[in-house]
Write a new protein. Structure first.
Length: 168
């Protein structure tokens, strides 16, 4: 934890890449620095154009490998955010999200340096998505739906209900 109490830092968001020209190398340097300072990176990964789920998984896994190649051992949070779905009326199709997030989770689980890591989904995530994904993500990364009190309450209620049903 930092002196200010910060524990999580967002790195690699599509808007920073687009507006600030951040590269995969920049993301990797920031992730390594964050982990070195005891911060948990929330690494945003996602393909820029719509493609089939297997190709999307390959693209995001390449981003993840680059971001963590020289990073110290510690958990991370990976936000799968297909750029083409950010701001869209609907999130990526559920089956598409599942293929990519399962691949990301498998890669993190296979890396002993990343124990305790999480995978979340962003990209027009909103009410109902957590239930549709049925455990294939550890949470959602809300954009515009976080600014709508009713939508935010619905997502929080959904997460709470899922937590109650998954707790023995």
């Amino acid at each position: 934890m930092s002196a200010s109490g910060v524990t999580l830092v967002e790195i690699g968001h599509a808007e920073r890449r687009r507006l600030r020209g951040e590269t995969d190398a920049d993301v990797a340097a920031k992730a390594s620095s964050a982990l070195s300072e005891g911060l948990t990176p929330l690494l945003c990964v996602g393909e820029t154009s719509r493609q089939d789920p297997d190709a999307a998984a390959s693209a995001t896994l390449a981003q993840l490998r680059t971001a963590l190649a020289d990073a110290p051992a510690a958990p991370v949070v990976v936000a799968y955010e297909p750029v083409w779905a950010i701001g869209a009326p609907e999130p990526a199709p559920t089956d598409h999200i599942r293929v990519v997030t399962r691949a990301l989770r498998a890669a993190l689980d296979a890396d002993p340096a990343r124990g305790g890591s999480r995978v979340i989904y962003g990209g027009s995530a909103g009410p109902g998505l957590l239930t549709r994904l049925d455990g294939d993500v550890d949470g959602v990364f809300l954009g515009r739906f976080a600014h709508d009190p009713a939508a935010l309450a619905a997502v929080v209620d959904e997460a709470a209900a899922l937590t109650r049903t998954s707790t023995p």
